[in-house]
Design a protein around this ligand. Structure first.
Ligand SMILES: Cc1c2[nH]c(c1CCC(=O)O)Cc1[nH]c(c(CCC(=O)O)c1C)Cc1[nH]c(c(CCC(=O)O)c1C)Cc1[nH]c(c(C)c1CCC(=O)O)C2
Length: 352
């Protein structure tokens, strides 16, 4: 055996990291948003007596739940088991996650005084998350670990509305009627999010995803004026690892979300990947890297239909500078996990 000099740089061949860097990996990398969660019986079992947020602050449980889909499906990445409201809770805000509903905020933030009273996040408040990252890196071997956070707009929507919202009407009203309050709020959230991501990166995550799940509710004009500067600030603070940026219904915002500083742009199922690539292409620059975009509901159809869609998406992804296969949004709880395993096998069998 020839020995490799200690000083030789260790270049990764992990398909996710190769694709994220715009290279051609040995196979198309695949992971699923919400791959850890209620679709897995082993998840329901370990979570049955433990509230969601308590689980998120218990390092060994985070480790176990994060590993479950990696063991079961053979996905090309683990995503840290956590939630977008974890840094808000850690900073001291009264937010709960209500099963079947989502995050619920005890005292919604709707005034300048409430914004000025928001706490900062201190690194030690998310120490259990950093500890979970270290445990996971020790266990994952070659499989990369993705960290994540909610983007300022999506977090602001929960804080202003007080919970999940269909039309984000109070959020938009505040944005347009009190722009100074708005920018102060998004600035505070950008600070919290940056600290949360920095702690994950320092502990060893190898990529991050910034979820701006509900940004698709905005026009591109409003996105660029009221949201993009804050998401840019967050993404700018992450220098060491590739950055994925995703939202639902963001077909009209894809270039703006790239401009915020994404290395990989997540695409939902409404825009075909080759069309997303066309929208993201800048003459004279390398071809864009995209992630997506199987409609999660298709996983409930016959496997023939699933296979047709997977093949179509992999073919459309060849137009990109790199393609990370994923769903267009999170795994639905009623998904049969054996179908997810078959999707991983199918994606791996196809030519990148
Ligand atoms: C908007 C948002 C939230 N949380 C998150 C987002 C952005 C991604 C997206 O757009 O879906 C992010 C998130 N939340 C969770 C993950 C886990 C990592 C993964 O496997 O992808 C991730 C990446 C765990 C979770 N977060 C939540 C669950 C379900 C809680 C449970 O199992 O009891 C999980 C596994 C709770 C949660 N938290 C939130 C919602 C809407 C819900 C679902 C409420 C419900 O239907 O019960 C807010």
């Amino acid at each position: 055996m020839t020995s490799v000099p200690d000083a030789a740089p260790r270049t990764t061949t992990a398909p996710l990291l190769v694709a994220a860097a715009g290279g051609t990996p040995a196979r198309v990398p695949v992971w699923f948003m919400r791959q850890a969660g209620r679709s897995l019986p082993e998840y329901r079992e370990v979570r049955k007596d433990i509230p969601m947020l308590r689980a998120c602050f218990t390092p060994d449980l985070v480790r176990e739940i994060t590993m479950q889909p990696v063991r079961r499906h053979g996905v090309d990445a683990a995503i840290l088991f956590s939630d977008i409201v974890v840094p808000l809770v850690a900073a001291g805000l009264d937010v709960d996650i209500v099963p079947g509903t989502g995050p619920v905020v005890a005292e919604p933030v709707r005034t300048r005084a409430a914004v000025d009273a928001l706490p900062e996040l201190h690194a030690e408040q998310v120490a259990p998350v950093a500890e979970a990252v270290r445990l996971l890196r020790a266990e994952l071997g070659e499989t990369p670990l993705i960290g994540f956070a909610g983007a300022p707009f999506t977090l602001a929507s929960y804080l202003i509305e007080g919970g999940p919202s269909r039309h984000h009407e109070r959020t938009k009203a505040l944005m347009h009627s009190e722009p100074e309050t708005w920018h102060a709020l998004l600035g505070a959230l950008a600070g919290i999010t940056s600290t949360f991501l920095a702690e994950q990166v320092a502990a060893g995550v190898q990529a991050v995803q910034l979820f701006d799940s509900w940004a698709g509710a905005l026009s591109e004009r409003d996105y660029r004026e009221f949201v993009l500067p804050h998401s840019t600030r967050v993404l700018d603070t992450v220098r060491e690892v590739p950055k994925i940026h995703f939202g639902v219904g963001t077909g009209e915002l894809l270039p703006a979300m790239r401009d915020a500083g994404a290395d990989v742009v997540g695409v939902d199922w409404r825009v075909p990947l080759d069309e997303a690539v066309r929208r993201l292409t800048v003459p004279g620059r390398p071809a864009p890297v995209v992630q997506g975009n199987l409609d999660p509901a298709v996983l409930l159809a016959d496997f023939d239909a699933v296979e047709r869609e997977v093949r179509r998406i992999v073919a459309e992804g060849r137009a990109a500078g790199g393609h990370v296969f994923n769903l267009g949004h999170g795994v639905l709880p009623e998904t049969d996990p054996t179908v997810l395993t078959r999707v991983v096998e199918l994606v791996h069998s196809l030519e990148p």
